[in-house]
Design a protein around this ligand. Sequence first.
Ligand code: C2O
Ligand code: CU
Ligand code: CU
Length: 488
Amino acid sequence: MKRRDFLRAAGIGAATAIASPLLRARSTATIEGNRLRIPREWTGGGLEAAVTQTEVWPGETTELFTLGGIWPGPTIRVRRGGTLDVAFTNRLAEPTTIHWHGLIVPPAMDGHPKDAVAPEGSFRYTFDVANRAGTYWYHPHPHERTAAQTYRGMAGLLIVEDDEEQALDLPRGVLDIPLVIQDRYLNGARTLDYAPTSSQRLNGMLGDTVFVNGTPDAYHEVDAGLHRLRVLNGGNARILRLAFSDGRRFSIIGTDGGLLDRPYEVSETYLAPAERVELLVDFSDLGAAEESALVSLPFGTATVPEQQGYGLTVLRFVGTGASGHTRPAPATLASLPPLGAVGEVAHTFMLDTSPIPREGHHHRINGKVFEMDSFESWRLTVGRPEVWEIVNNHTMPHPMHVHGTQFRIIDRDGAPASDPRDRGWKDTVQLDGLTSVRVLVSFDHTGLYLIHCHNLEHEDDGMMLNFLVEAPTGVDADANLPTEMDLR
Ligand code: C2O
Ligand code: CU
Ligand code: CU
């Protein structure tokens, strides 16, 4: 008999329920909070950016910026090798773009700020989907407006499927749950207006309230069995330290660029802004009305919610008592090529934060602030992997993101990266204060891409660089040469 069954049998379940915040039993008829919203799927055709009055808190409407009229935007599901064709229209009173975060698309389709779509303008985003099956996302990327527009509601998931992943016996349908986790700074008001203070510009916009799929105080009912959680940290600046309130272990099965080679069992995982993890969690032991909450554990010295590292409840899972997916998780998942020997560092990025702004900016890469019309031309060659080193010279963490690629993490501070979240294909890598990382990158297309911090306040402050990928000598630009990392 499990402990709580014993307690219930002994008639002291109610007392335990009050004493233990970890396992609270109550009738499902009176679950507190709001049922988790699952964004509808995009069914093709158009996608509009607009100001909308949306129900965020039950019974009232809130002014948001939305894609497809909802927060988060509709989930786009595509097959690897298929074509995505989105007729985008901008009904906002300001320019915007859509960036397909993590997808390897030609530069013209990448939603670069120079390609901003003017108010009432439109643009057709169309490209072949080359990425492996995985959880990607889309969000705006206009010059100095990315943080504000994303904060106000413009972001959605893009799920790629492929044969390798579809052949696995993973939980499907309602057991495959998208979770877009976003914190917002309400300070007592129910508005998503965006007005960062100078310290919020320095540290990033850290919220005091968590939304999952746009749902405040969310719960989700689960059957007894295995679930697949596709988690996006869609916050502007918040680093999550995900775990369950009852300490239950779970497996990491995928990262930014899709599935890992096998499940890695952990009791917690960090997740920086823009990163994704796919998790398998087993709720077989969760009886009717029993709860287990996904939380962000505290770290560091935070004393109030709007600080980095403050502990937060993310989403309460409530048992239905029904039996669900009870087959075991697959023992192996996807082919993940070993890294092998890598070359010398080809390019180094020095991240630099000055708490007192210099020339109006706090954050720089290699001493530079983003300029739309200048770019680094390193004679990067399409299809030839090279080693990049990113060095964080300050105590502030930075989640660094590269467009146009899925890269691999070689090591951190010179030691092989052991965290399961570092093992797979990545497009965003968290750098804690005073640390460095080496990554192996490769590009499939020629043209202009970005590297930037995905703390969106840092990005808009200019912590971003353009770089140009060129063709090998004697080959036409954008010939889409096969890549040596075609293993993905
Ligand atoms: Cu998710 Cu350049 O961004
Ligand atoms: Cu991106
Ligand atoms: Cu940063």
